[in-house]
Design a protein around this ligand. Structure first.
Ligand code: PLP
Length: 457
């Protein structure tokens, strides 16, 4: 196979091919907002396009690249694994590398009662499995989740997705799933009191919007689950593996979950892999006899490349002290952004922990700015966020995303952030936010231009 010739195309050809074969609407959106760059290389926290421009990636593949892109340690481990012709996926065997990764992961999870791992191919599959395990272990039907929650997009995970836009067109979803407001213990207890709840699934920080719960919410919620016999499932698919400045976000709490799901960064950014970390007593209920030894299983879950990527990813995070770095640089980033926020009236809140940060904007008080805001909202509710993300990319070469409500910008950088990277983000944010506080001004012109392009696209 001639990879060089397969990789050779103009940006136009590349986007035409994608639009014609994979996802026309995504290509259209990217073209409309000018995100249709041709990225040709990734290393660490950075991307390069075909014109040689360097970008700081504050999206990190939705949180896959905690250790940066194409990490040499993980690359070397995978190359070696391929060269050894390992006998993967024999299925009728007990793969050594799966045992090794499970043991290492359990050490890192460090929850006394959690001593089993089920490997999956993605985050959503980890969530599917956790739901099944909770139902099987408790013999109860219901699953409680939070409004605004995101747990993946397969049918079970979508049934506990609290964002209507994702559900629309795919209903009816599974019965027995009910939502409570995030952070509301009374609402949770009212559901649990019915004693038919198998599990409460929750993100330690809600990824779509970077919503944070009150400090003692999770400890109290774990206690309530214990009181009423439901399992507490912490979905750490995005915030696990160092992102919040601890190995797992639940390590910030006093209480510990019954089940933890993880994925994304466990792949090292190379081979899809996820995991359900759960207790032996649940394992005994699910895999309750020799006949049921593969009652929940998959084909690729324990494949050797996934296991090697996982082991190398964990080793990298540990040896490069990325958890500590995420805490330190994340704090600097958060404080810097909060200071910028205090100087600009449209910034309603800056929140986050470690290397997951959300900046929420709101309708301004001053007359002129409010005119601009209202105009943009009238043209297209989704547009305001682009007034930030578009100049971040075009002027400052920072890749970021609009998250949840269209007025929230989310930063999900690699955990390798340096002082220079933090400065890069802060200088860029200061410039872009200051610019959209001038009306009329270039930021609002971007809005007008995008609206025009959206109509023409
Ligand atoms: N759970 C959470 C908290 C997530 O953030 C995501 C993805 O963003 C998922 C589950 C789904 O993971 P995947 O996209 O690997 O299926």
């Amino acid at each position: 196979m001639d990879l060089s010739s397969l990789l050779s195309a103009t940006p136009e050809e590349q986007y035409d091919l994608f639009a014609g074969t994979v996802n026309p609407q995504l290509a259209r959106v990217l073209r409309t907002i000018g995100f249709n760059r041709q990225y040709v290389r990734g290393e660490g926290a950075y991307l390069w396009d075909s014109e040689g421009h360097k970008y700081l990636d504050c999206l990190s593949g939705y949180g896959v690249f905690n250790m940066g892109r194409n990490h040499p340690r993980i690359k070397a481990a995978l190359k070696e694994a391929i060269d050894r012709d390992l006998p993967g996926m024999i299925q009728m065997d007990a793969p050594l590398l799966a045992g090794r990764l499970a043991r290492r992961l359990l050490q890192i999870v460090n929850v006394e009662a959690i001593d089993r791992v089920f490997f999956t191919n993605s985050g959503t599959e980890a969530v599917e499995g956790a739901i099944k395990f909770a139902r099987c272990a408790t013999g109860r039907p219901r699953v409680i989740h939070c409004r605004d929650a995101f747990h993946g997009l397969t049918n079970g995970a979508l049934s506990c997705n609290g964002i209507p836009d994702f559900r629309e067109g795919f209903e009816p979803l599974f019965p027995g799933f009910d939502a409570v407001p995030f952070g509301d213990l009374d609402a949770l207890e009212a559901e649990l009191r019915r004693r038919d709840v198998a599990g409460f699934i929750v993100e330690p920080i809600q990824g779509k919007g970077v919503y944070m719960a009150p400090d003692d919410y999770f400890d109290q919620a774990v206690r309530l689950c214990r009181k009423y016999g439901a399992l507490f499932i912490a979905d750490e698919v995005q915030v696990g593996l160092g992102r919040t400045g601890k190995w797992f976000a639940c390590h910030h709490w006093q209480e510990r979950p019954d089940i933890i799901t993880t994925a994304k960064a466990l792949s090292g950014g190379f081979v899809p892999v996820g995991a359900i970390c759960y207790p032996d007593w649940v394992c005994k209920k699910v895999f309750s006899s020799m006949e049921r030894c593969v009652v929940h299983s998959n084909t690729f879950g324990r494949n050797p490349l996934a296991m090697v990527a996982g082991l190398a990813a964990l080793e990298t995070i540990e040896q490069e002290k990325l958890v500590e770095n995420a805490a330190r640089q994340g704090q600097a980033l958060l404080e810097g952004l909060k200071a910028i926020g205090r100087r600009h009236e449209m910034v309603r809140e800056v929140r986050g922990r470690g290397c997951i940060v959300g900046i929420e904007f709101d309708r301004p008080q001053s007359f002129m700015l409010r005119t601009g805001w209202d105009l943009i909202q009238k043209v297209n509710k989704g547009l305001f966020g682009q007034l930030i993300t578009v100049p971040l990319l075009t002027r400052h070469r920072i890749l970021s995303q609009v998250a949840g409500k269209n007025t929230i910008i989310k930063l999900l950088p690699t955990l390798t952030l340096t002082d220079e990277d933090v400065r890069w983000i802060l200088d860029a944010m200061q410039d872009v936010i200051a610019e959209c506080h001038k009306f009329p001004g270039s930021a609002w012109d971007v809005g007008k231009e995008l609206a025009k392009r959206a109509v023409a696209a």
